[in-house]
Every structure is written in C-alpha cells, then in structure tokens.
Design a protein around this ligand. Structure first.
Ligand SMILES: C[S@@+](CC[C@H](N)C(=O)[O-])C[C@H]1O[C@@H](n2cnc3c(N)ncnc32)[C@H](O)[C@@H]1O
Length: 317
C-alpha cells in the first residue's frame, strides 16, 4: 500500500529506497546478501562454460537490470570478461552503494573468498578494484566501475543500440519477473539479435509473491489467489510483478530463438499451494508449473548449441 501510494509521484525511487532500507531492509547490503549475488555470478560463469563445453570466459556480457548494487557485473569483470555492459532503465546506482560493493570485493579478495569466480582473476582488474575501493572523491559510479571493464548504461535494453552479434553472454537476476510479457518478448528478441554465434543466456527468475518476502503471514504462492483485476489494485509500479509461471518464460525464450538447455527449479510444497483457492487464470496450469518458485533458465542462441543436454534439474525449495 505504501509503495502504491508513493509510486505516482516524482522522487518515488528515492522514497522507495528509504522505505526498503528502513522498513523491509532490502536495500541494505549485508555480507550474506553480497555472498548470494556472488553465487549468482558464479552460476552465470558455470552455465557459460557448460554450454560452450570449455572453461572459456565470455568476452562480452550484457546484464539486464543493474539494480542498486553492481555485484554481478563487477564479479564477471574480475573473472575475466573483457567488457560487461549493465543496463537499467532506472538509475539506481550511487557512489556509496558502489563503493560498498567494491569494499566487500576487496575484503573477499584479501581473505581468498572468491575462488568460485575462477582459478585466475584478472590481475589488472583486481588492482583497479582495490584502487577504486580506496578512491575518496568519485562523483559518479561510472567513474568507479569504468576502469574495471564495467560499462554502466541507463536506458531500455530493447533499444540498446549495440551491434548485432556482439554479445556472448546475457544475464539477469531477480529482474524478468518485474517485466510485462509483451516487453519480455521484445527484450528476448533483442537479445537474439545481439547474440554472437554460440551466445548463452542465464537468467534467474524469482516467481514467488514478493510481498511474502517481508510478510510472514502470507505464502509465496499468495498472489495467485487474485484475479487480474484485483491484482492490479495490489500490484504497484515500484515492485511490479507479472505473475508469469515457468512455462510462460520458457515459451517467451524459445519463441525469441533461444534453445533452452536447462531449467533449475526450486519448488514450494503442494500442501501450501492446495491451501489457496487459485484465481481462474491460474487453474489451467499444471501443478508442477505452479509449484516453481525460483528458476534458472539457461539457453543458447538457436542453431548454435555447443553442448549440454536439455533437461530440468530440481533444486528443491
Ligand atoms: C529488481 S531490479 C534488479 C535487481 C538486480 N539485478 C539484483 O539482482 O539486485 C530490476 C531492474 O530491471 C530494470 N528494468 C526493467 N525493464 C527494463 C528494460 N526494459 N531495460 C532496462 N532495464 C529494465 C528496472 O528498472 C529494475 O531496476
């Protein structure tokens, strides 16, 4: 309700930042939050290697949805990606949050805690990161991230302006669930245009009701109780959720011309799902589809599949 009330006004992003910092705690970067994002970065690198059938590092990466903390793009650049473009239609990065990320990386480097990013981090990137973490006077997050090989862009990825065939790896985390189906179809088509031969996509989608992240009284399936009309009342522009299920994402990705190589799913419990009376629009889905709460979708640009068998790996909820 609070997000819905502030959403129509200018300055909503700043107000939402304060709200999430002080009320839900979701814009505070803890050591655990940092480790979880580094783990997502490691997943992207593993997926790329598995799909390419080698331990190569992607030369060019496009991240959709930078968000508040540039942990994933910095990790990919440290691991050796030549150029990591991270794009967000909203400018959420600032200098203190970016420095916090760099400081956490610097202390993880000192304690030898980044082994999952690869056996050999790029030495000049490590030096640049340590220098940037110590820089006192940066005015712009881009000035801190540029020397690391991270190119921060503000804009809609559908009109990226990047050349066709220029990207080796497409990644996103906790982002696709916030995008309308029609726009998602356009984004994945743009990814296909940008895909270099053998390009890989690795997208982590959280399909749970995000209101359950900070309200213990509701289940992660809760939002499937509501008709589209009712959901429009609860849904809000600042944390808009599309409620798509795994099969919907699969269809969108495949229609854009990517071959899905794997779906790693985390499912909730059938007992919990059965406790809800589903809105009519969800009754046509199989239980197995509705139960998926989180999923990694990994695919390769159509016609360029190098390895890995198609299949769905269950992670357990
Ligand atoms: C939940 S946030 C990103 C979270 C971040 N990746 C993380 O893991 O913390 C999703 C972001 O996607 C961005 N976004 C949505 N549609 C977009 C588009 N068409 N082009 C670029 N960015 C977009 C939003 O502005 C938002 O900041």
């Amino acid at each position: 309700m609070v997000q819905g009330a502030i959403a129509p006004f200018p300055g909503r992003e700043r107000a939402n930042c304060l709200l999430q910092k002080h009320l839900t705690g979701s814009v505070v970067l803890t050591q655990e939050g940092f480790a979880a994002k580094v783990a997502q970065c490691e997943h992207h690198l593993r997926s790329y290697c598995a799909c390419r059938g080698s331990d190569a590092v992607p030369a060019s990466v496009l991240e959709l949805g930078t968000g508040w903390f540039p942990i994933v793009p910095v990790g990919l650049a440290l691991a050796g990606a030549e150029r990591v473009i991270t794009i967000d239609v909203t400018s959420l990065l600032d200098v203190p949050r970016t420095r916090r990320v760099l400081e956490l990386y610097a202390s993880a480097l000192q304690s030898g805690g980044l082994t999952g990013l690869g056996r050999k981090l790029r030495p000049e990137r490590v030096d640049a990161l340590i220098r940037a973490a110590r820089t006192g006077q940066a005015r712009d997050p881009r000035a801190l991230l540029g020397p690391l090989g991270v190119d921060v862009r503000i804009g809609d990825v559908r009109s990226s302006g990047l050349p066709a065939g220029s990207i080796d790896l497409f990644v996103s985390n906790n982002t696709l669930e916030h995008i309308a189906p029609r726009v998602l179809a356009q984004i994945t088509s743009e990814f296909r245009r940008l895909a270099a031969p053998g390009a890989v996509m690795d997208q982590f989608v959280d399909m749970s009701d995000h209101y359950a992240h900070f309200d213990a009284a509701i289940s992660e399936f809760n939002y499937m109780r509501y008709s589209d009309r009712m959901w429009r009342v609860f849904n809000n522009r600042l944390q808009w959720q599309n409620r798509l299920r795994a099969s919907d994402y699969r269809r969108i990705i495949e229609q854009a011309g990517f071959d899905l190589v794997s779906e790693e799913r985390a499912q909730g419990s059938i007992e919990e799902l059965r406790r809800l009376e589903l809105a009519p629009r969800f009754r046509g889905y199989a239980d197995d589809d509705l139960l998926v709460l989180r999923c990694w979708f990994t695919g390769v640009a159509g016609g360029s599949r190098a390895s890995a068998g198609k299949g769905a790996a269950e992670l357990g909820a």
